[in-house]
Design a protein around this ligand. Structure first.
Ligand SMILES: *Cc1c(COP(=O)(O)O)cnc(C)c1O
Length: 378
């Protein structure tokens, strides 16, 4: 069986985690967390990077940093993970969903402006599959309307837009280091700030100025603002650091598999039997995902079953948030759902992970090709 995902593992994780244990300092913000912060700041150009317990928590922190009030509105795509919307609902705001572009499954930047009301405070984009949203257009709209921009860059570590790391273009960027992502600390993430804001480390440390205290800048620490416990243990940071050190290698290996899928499935795409993702000009993606689109839901269901019989795990992805129970309760869809539902029903992800072999890619791609050859007669 070819699994859809195998969590990344490089080899040095064991030694680094042991090193953290032997330092007798496994709570947050120790030596490995500092190394991860330095790596993230250096490789992304963010003014500040803070490791968090998850991307979900980085999104929650972003929503707190946006100082939202009940009734405020946040524009975001419906084709995303629950955490993208939840963060803003927890902060008291209303998610306003707009349609995606069928070529990238990212928010359609041309529909954002029409969804803006006098309650709109934030645009939250999500870079699906590590392919960038049209950030020049998004930032231009935000600037003209005085809105903040949050990037859910959970899938976008090591990906960029016109040379700028995803997660550093908007006001706040959120990375995931969950084991389903390109780099893993089991559960974890990071918040990136385009401009340093002292509130971020206060929110992360239970609303206290403990970070300043640890740097010797104040002689005791006290409760200063809203916050929670958003910093991960050193054990998780040590595990992650082993992978960040190997980031170029992991990225190159994934891109190699992605290109091989592309080559193997090109005939099907050229014949119009499948669609696949577009990588627009200026976007350097990170091969977080390789997906294809079948004709419709029925064909996708048949293809998934066919692949399963041939030992290839190929899951679909998001059920659009606006049609989910919580989405109906907390949010609303602005405009027409032309693509979100229809395209989400066609989409199927093929195995993609660090360590995937060429022959596994070939086996998966051949199984897809075989399905369409047989189907021609139907
Ligand atoms: C994985 C993911 C998240 C959640 O990440 P966690 O680190 O598990 O909290 C949020 N948004 C998107 C788009 C994701 O893919």
């Amino acid at each position: 069986m070819i699994p859809f995902n195998v969590p990344p593992y490089c080899g040095r994780e064991d030694a680094y985690v042991l090193e953290a244990i032997h330092s007798h300092k496994i709570s947050g913000d120790g030596a490995f967390t500092k190394k991860c912060h330095a790596w993230l700041q250096e490789h992304t150009g963010a003014a500040k990077a803070l490791l968090t317990t998850s991307c979900t928590h980085a999104l929650d922190m972003s929503a707190l940093l946006c100082r939202l009030r009940p009734g405020d509105e946040v524009i975001l795509p419906s084709y995303t993970f629950s955490s993208t919307a939840n963060a803003f609902v927890l902060a008291g705001a209303t998610p306003v969903f707009v349609d995606v572009r069928p070529d990238t499954m990212n928010i359609d930047e041309t529909l954002i402006e029409d969804a803006i009301t006098d309650r709109t405070r934030v645009v939250c984009v999500m870079h699906y599959a590590g392919v960038a949203c049209e950030m020049d257009a998004v930032m231009d709209i935000a600037r003209r309307h005085g809105l903040l921009v949050v990037e859910d860059a959970a899938q976008a570590v090591m990906a960029s837009y016109k040379g700028r790391a995803l997660g550093t273009i908007g006001d706040y960027g959120c990375y995931s280091f969950h084991e389903s992502k390109n780099y893993s600390m089991g559960e974890g993430g990071a918040l990136l700030l385009r401009q340093d804001d002292p509130r971020a480390e206060i929110i992360r440390e239970k609303g206290t100025n403990r970070a300043r205290f640890l740097r010797g800048q104040v002689d005791k620490y006290t409760w200063e603002d809203l916050g929670s416990s958003y910093l991960p243990s050193e054990l998780n940071a040590a595990y992650l650091y082993a992978q960040l050190e190997m980031a170029d290698e992991i990225n190159a290996a994934r891109l190699h598999c992605w290109a091989l899928y592309r080559q193997m499935l090109a005939p099907l795409a050229e014949q119009g039997r499948i669609d696949w993702q577009t990588v627009p000009e200026g976007c350097a993606h990170n091969a977080h995902m390789f997906y294809i689109k079948a004709k419709d839901l029925a064909e996708r269901t048949a293809l998934t079953a066919w692949l399963k019989e041939r030992g290839v795990q190929a899951p679909f992805h998001y059920v659009p948030l606006h049609s989910a129970a919580a989405g109906l309760r907390f949010g609303r869809f602005h405009g027409q759902d032309r693509y979100t539902t229809r395209e989400s029903e066609r989409l199927l992800r093929l195995p993609m992970f660090y360590g995937l072999t060429d022959s596994q890619v070939e086996q998966a791609a051949e199984a897809v090709t075989e399905f369409y050859k047989r189907r021609r007669g139907l």
